[in-house]
Structure formats: C-alpha cells, structure tokens
Design a protein around this ligand. Sequence first.
Ligand code: BES
Ligand code: MN
Ligand code: ZN
Length: 459
Amino acid sequence: MSSIFAAPTAGSVPLHLIARAEAEDWLTARGRAVQNAAKTQNWSGKLGQILCLSEQGLPVRLAIGYGDAAERKRKRFGAVAGLPNMPDQVFELVECHQDWAEEFALAFTLGKYRYDRYATNAVPKAALICPAGVDAEKIEAIVSGEFLTRDLINTPANDMGPAELEAAARDLAKTYAADISVVTGDELIAQNFPLIHAVGRASPRAPRLIDLSWGTSGPRLTLVGKGVCFDTGGLNLKPGGSMGLMKKDMGGAAHVLGLAKMIMAKKLPVQLRVLVPAVENAIGGSAFRPQDILKSRRGLTVEINNTDAEGRLVLADALTLADESPCDVMICMATLTGAARVAVGPDIAPYFTQDVDLSHEIATAATAVDDPVWQLPLHAPYEAMIEPGIADLDNAPAGGFAGAITAALFLQRFVSKTQKFVHFDCYGWQPSAAPARPKGGVGQGTRALFQALPRILNL
Ligand code: BES
Ligand code: MN
Ligand code: ZN
C-alpha cells in the first residue's frame, strides 16, 4: 500500500473537480442549499476555488473549481496543488474525468512537500484516497523522486558535501538493491579522472565519482548529474550575491538521483546507470588556477580561463566514462550556466540535443505533465568560441555570448557523435513559493523525462 495516499475509509469526504462551464449545471442539479453555499462563498468554478459544503459545522463535500480550458492550460497543475485551504480530512475524488484524476492526484501529493530538517514545518493534514483508475505506484514514484531532489538541493553545503551526496546515493542504492561504487580523492588520478580531481582538490572534503547501476535487462539509460556541492567559483571567486545560492550547485546530481528513484520505484525495465561527479569548488593553495591547462580523461586538453566554469570540467570526465560503455540514451543534467537563466528565467529547463526524435518526445511529454522545458540550439558555428588555440578546449570563452550554448557544445565534445544525448541546463530552484513548489529546491525536467522514457526507450 502506498503511503502518500490515505487508506479508503468510510468517513471520507467526497471531492469534485468542476470545470467553470459545468459549474452552474452542477450547482442546479445539487439543489438550492448548494447553490446558496456557492453564492455565499463566491464560488463560480474558477480554477482552484474551493466550495465547502458543511453539515453541523463539518465539511461533508468539497468542490474545487477547475476553471476553463485556457486557464487550465496555463496553470491547472499548480492551481490545484496542495490546496492549502483544504480542511484536515480524508478526501475521495468522485465523478471525475479520468484524465484529470491523475494530474490532480499528483498535484495534490506534490503540494505536500515541506523541508523540515532544521525547523518544524508541518505538512498539511488533508489527505487523498488514490482516485479510481489512477496508478498509485506511479504517483508514489514521481513524488518520492521529486521529494528526494528537493531535499538534496535544500540541504545546505555544511551537511551536503561530496561525502554526504555519496551517502545519499548509497542510501538510494540500498533501497532498490542497486550496485554502487565510488572513486575518491587521489584514486581519481590513478583511475584517470583528472578534471574531477582538479576541481575538487582544494577542498578538505575529497572529490569523488559516484557510479550507481540498477537493472539487468532492457535498454540502457545513463544519467549524468553535476554534483558541485558548493561553488565558490574557485580562485575566480564569485561575488557574494552570486555565491549566495550555490548550495544548489549539486542540483544536476539531485535531479538524476530523483529521476533514478522514479525509475527504480516504478521498476521500469531498463538498465540504468547514474554517474555523479561530486566535488566542492573551493579556494586554497592547491586549487586549480586560471590558465592552467589540464588533460581530460578523454585526452582533450582544456585551458582554464575561469575556475568558475567548473561544472563542465567535472562533467567532461564523467561523460567520457559514460561514453566508454554502450548505452541507448544518455542524459546529462546540470546547474551549468547563469546564461541559461538569463535566457529563460527560473521556471524553464533548457535542453540541448542533436536528436530530433528525442527532442520531440521530451517536448511533448513536458507539455503533457506541465514540466516546462525548451530546446536551445547546439549551434555549430559557435564551436570556434570554445577553442583557445593553445589547448583543444577553453572552459570559459571570453565575451560571454551564448554562454549556455557554448557550455553545451563543450560537453558535447566528450560524447561520441553517434550517441543519443541530451543535456539539461536546469536551475533547480523555486525563487518564491508557488503551488506545489515551495520556495527552495525543485526538480525541473525530471517529470517530463520520466513521462517520455517509455517512448524514448521503446519500453
Ligand atoms: N554553477 C554556476 C552556474 C549557475 C549560476 C547556475 C547561477 C545557476 C545560477 C556555474 O558553475 C558557473 O559559475 N558558471 C559560469 C560560467 C562562466 C564563468 C563561463 C556562469 O554561468 O557565469
Ligand atoms: Mn561555477
Ligand atoms: Zn557551478
């Protein structure tokens, strides 16, 4: 029995989702008392409006306005999520359109997220019985994956260093009987992960590469996530304002671990691999420097023109390793550039791929599950911008034009041309509270990917 839904109970309160166009007929059919209640509560079926019908002071029936098509298109998912004004009771969705039931169940349960590691933050008590015809396991998988992503991002760097990120991955591996191995500290040099080592070596908290695998048959899916547990910028130190949020720079890792959790919880028939280079980009006497030229695992040399462009470095070695074994689809997720934020703001996860079908499946799924993404181009003529002359690659082209694109082009150099590959430049952060997304860490693109996987991988 899944835990995010309430067990069916005789005392449950019926809950209706009523589109605005149907509101009047619905009220009429239910009679005078209900019409009066709608009038006094100013309820007209607008998206997210709650009509509460009581007997002897206790709610006995709720109707949630489901708005009109245009309203729903923009924000139906958020508007009904975790409805904060619902009484502390157990609700049962009744007479609901089947295609609304699943999204409502998901929105409702996602809306219950609270981060409470350091202070109590009570979860709303209103509970939902899993609606008929809705796959409780699927919702449970998505919600638990998303909550993992949020928890990992929200945890500050003092409690979420490379070792703690490893512990979280080990925890996940244990829960689903996945295999996990980790290469740590100087062993990274011995095993040829020079860029991961270079970025992480100034921190007393040793850098590492986490490698989790799960599933013995089916198509192969490899996820790679940026795990920079804190990004000071390195010797090219970030100004305070830009450093303020950098506990979330392991957001890519949090995304791929959350997506992995969804996949394993739902037991998708895939062979999954998750790679996370986990480091702290710190300052110190042993830090890598501007103008250092480092040789990557792939053999390409990289001139460091900004130690703050560290994400692409650690990902380069992880992608190289991923690319050494065959896989059907490779997905990279990273809080890679500020430029991606300038381009699309905090809500949208830009993604890059050369594969038209893959792109189409991702975009279609994203729309279906209200998890907005947008494709940006891997514009080949900009390749010249990442070629410095005295090394194969430049990690931080001067000028800063097209920063998200040049970062994606950099990553692409470490993946075979024939490999189906997509890279997401996510923000991973909700700047101010929205329904289903309290202020703080948030997954972006992972629900879309989870939705798209069956078609992408022909499951
Ligand atoms: N972690 C940052 C990118 C970032 C900044 C993501 C703010 C989300 C919000 C990354 O490591 C970084 O510092 N990138 C630099 C690259 C530049 C030096 C080429 C950036 O985007 O400014
Ligand atoms: Mn940086
Ligand atoms: Zn970073």
